[in-house]
Design a protein around this ligand. Sequence first.
Ligand SMILES: Nc1ncnc2c1ncn2[C@@H]1O[C@H](COP(=O)(O)OP(=O)(O)OP(=O)(O)O)[C@@H](O)[C@H]1O
Ligand SMILES: [Mg+2]
Length: 512
Amino acid sequence: MGKSFEKGASFKVANLVEFKNITKRFPGVVALNNASATLREGEVHVLVGENGAGKSTLMKILSGAYTPDAGGLVVGGRAIEKNSPALAAELGISMIYQELNLIPELSVMQNLFLGHEKQKLFFTDNRGMYGEAKKYLEMLNLNIDPKTQVKNIGAGTQQMVEIAKALSKDSRILVLDEPTSSLADSEIKELFRIIKLLRDRGVGMFYISHRLEELYEIGDRVTVMRDGSVIGTYGINEIGMDKMIEQIAGRAIRSLFPHARKEARETVLEVKNCHGDRFRDVSLKVRSGEIVGLSGLIGSGRTELARAIFGIDPYYCGEILLNGKKVPAKNPQKSVARGIGLLPEDRKVQGLSLLKGIRENMVVTSLDRLGRRGFTNMAREKNLCAGYVRSLSIATPSIEKLAGFLSGGTQQKVVIAKWLIADLKLFIFDEPTRGIDVGAKSEIYRLMDGLVGKGAAILMISSDLPEILGMSDRIYVMAEGRIRGELDRGEATQTKILQYAYRQESTGGVYE
Ligand SMILES: Nc1ncnc2c1ncn2[C@@H]1O[C@H](COP(=O)(O)OP(=O)(O)OP(=O)(O)O)[C@@H](O)[C@H]1O
Ligand SMILES: [Mg+2]
């Protein structure tokens, strides 16, 4: 690992990475347009920008996954003529992606040393690897046996194992592409502790996130990108939140959360004393015209409850009623026909056909309404889709682009549009704005407000407390599979939600 680097010291700061006027084109898109940026030793360099701005593409040029059409890359003072994944690894570059890349069937230790196993004479040095794996895990405060199979540990821990993997390779340059989106708050704290530890050892890190609050906690410098161009690079203390938002979106966003709500009317969804595999004795109501927030920690049973209501997972005892009629259990197709839509938390796997175009994905649940079963009104359909592409500023040259080629956040926008187009009575949104840029977030909030204004009911699961507080008319808080509290918009505060979300004994130490 590089020598440690004192922040603010007066000697010349070494650049670990220099991107020099990089341009990268894909069919119909300029993903990077003359983009330049540097990474210093011992810094966390934050990259922000709208979905499709080019952040991941820039990082993939560093990791050797993509070759630029023009421009230069310098790593550790050395001009890299032809980068490749193998060369990048040799140069000490590691990537941690949002989607986990561990192999579930292998043990933690096997994953750590995959591709760079230790050898002793002609044999794999299992003992040596075990000892070393233990060392890295301990460094990260991870209390797991290196022999545990990866499929048996949670998503947060897997993320940590990814970091241990980077440590085991002695990386000097680390890229974290939206690492916190599947982590619980306590896990984020732990991740930040490790990032700071690595920074003190001189590791340089690019850090991508749409959660702007966390950037101020972890970042040293920030680079804002828009439409493939670098808009500017700032010391994190030189740029306030409002200015950052304005730079990202290209416009000022006055009020993020609209709230022009009508009175709540008749009950649309009623859950009565329901039990599932991961939740117990849940009762709740969502009425027409209201947004009900479902808060709680990751793993508190919120997603499982949503899946049961939608009919993916089974439930026992109790009843789930839509407009007073029982929702058929374990039948998502029927749920959609009856007017329930679920925006799942894991969009890539559950919500999208990667081999179909944007338009096909958007209309798939609304074929009846759009008249596609009889004769096709293609012009109307195209208009509708183009409208959502505009209002959600979906970065694409055409509404026919294959979903698989879209940026992560853009894929999510397509799934959201799909449910917005479908004419539903009850929308269940599971983490609706995770990974979504701030401009589109405000647009999604406006559309949600419009839906309840027209009489729909929304149940919104979110780990983002400002979002829960800003959007909900009522809030339920879940902990360990049970509803622990209900709060009205007027009385809800972050503290009250957290008090319900954390059980007494685990309150101390997590939030100071
Ligand atoms: N393999 C590819 N083929 C075609 N287009 C691509 C490909 N990879 C990226 N793009 C396009 O390049 C642009 C930049 O995408 P990129 O993934 O870098 O965005 P991003 O800033 O990481 O966005 P997000 O915040 O949503 O992750 C997008 O318009 C995207 O559709
Ligand atoms: Mg990305």
